[in-house]
Design a protein around this ligand. Structure first.
Ligand code: GDP
Length: 300
């Protein structure tokens, strides 16, 4: 919990810090106050729709005379925020298939390789047998980095030469996962967005290969987004979603941004569950997203 608080320090300051200043300086809970609150929520990247929903709910509470003082208003805001985030959170159920196949997609630099490495470590620590597929054959560094994570965690990594066909890596990785009776296969993919059309075709092909080798695969198409990119993250999500039907989000680098409110906008505008949040570089800093803990850490 303390780690989460630390990781959210910037968002804490930009969101809750400003709200607390507003509440301290206000005498009455009225339309003016709610309007100022609305502005803070928008600035913290919560997104227009979510902000309006939240403020609307507070207005109703006000009319019902439930907001007697600043403290009840603050608590009401926490409740409304938690309720909305809860709809957008869902843990991965790895027991749903064997091997459970996670195809990881996202633009270069968002933290895709690191996220895969951390997940592999965590699954291994839970006693799962994990196989990794280095499907980003475009960047030699990506496969190398994945190899290092694999070595550190004692997890097998299926790699091909630089420039090889990613679908061939997917094929071999699927075969290896089946042969080893792995519990989880995590497949990395390329994220070079400057050849957008090619990339999306490539991802579709990789997806088809996985589905042909393992029934129902990929069971999860996890999109990695970088919280520091703000509204750009939403654009990326729409793009990938069109091509490969994203089923969940990992939101990285929340520790590096004051715009952590983007997590609400992502769930709300894309209707995709946030599975994991990244709050630092350590293995344990990638966490299953828990709305209660998240909001409690913000409002502490
Ligand atoms: P990729 O190009 O998407 O594979 O990105 P990488 O996995 O190589 O990550 C890019 C950088 O972001 C690395 O320096 C990571 O350590 C860093 N990174 C990833 N996730 C987080 C996070 O949650 N917080 C912070 N502070 N850094 C992160």
């Amino acid at each position: 919990f303390d780690r989460m608080r630390q990781g959210l320090a910037k968002t804490q300051a930009s969101l809750v810090g400003r709200i607390d200043t507003l509440l301290r300086g206000s005498k009455a809970i009225d339309a003016d106050l709610l309007e100022e609150l609305e502005e803070i929520l928008i600035t913290a990247d919560l997104g227009m729709k979510t902000t309006q929903d939240l403020v609307g709910a507070l207005q109703q509470r006000l009319q019902r005379n439930e907001l007697t003082d600043m403290e009840t208003l603050r608590r009401a805001l926490q409740d409304e925020l938690t309720a909305r985030l809860r709809l957008e959170a869902a843990p991965l159920d790895l027991s749903a298939a064997a091997p459970f196949v996670i195809m990881v997609v996202g633009v270069n630099g968002v933290g895709k390789t690191t996220t895969i490495g951390k997940l592999a470590r965590q699954f291994k620590a839970q006693g799962k047998k994990v196989v990794l597929g280095a499907g980003d054959t475009f960047r030699a560094a990506a496969a190398e980095q994945l190899g290092i994570w694999g070595e550190r965690s004692g997890v097998e990594v299926i790699r091909h030469k630089e420039g090889a066909d990613p679908a061939a890596v997917a094929f071999d990785a699927a075969k290896a996962a089946l042969a080893r009776k792995a519990d989880v296969l995590i497949l990395d993919t390329a994220g070079r967005l400057h050849t957008k059309a090619n990339l999306m075709e490539e991802l579709k092909k990789v997806r088809r290969v996985l589905g042909r080798e393992i029934p129902g695969a990929p069971h999860e198409t996890l999109l990695v987004l970088d919280a520091t990119t703000g509204q750009n993250a939403l654009t990326q999500a729409r793009l990938f979603n069109e091509a490969v039907e994203v089923t969940g989000i990992a939101l990285t680098k929340l520790d590096g941004t004051a715009k952590g409110g983007i997590i609400v906008a992502i769930g709300n505008e894309l209707a995709l569950p946030v599975r994991y949040v990244g709050i630092g570089e350590g293995v344990e800093d990638l966490r299953p997203f828990d709305p209660e803990v998240f909001v409690a850490a913000l409002f502490k």
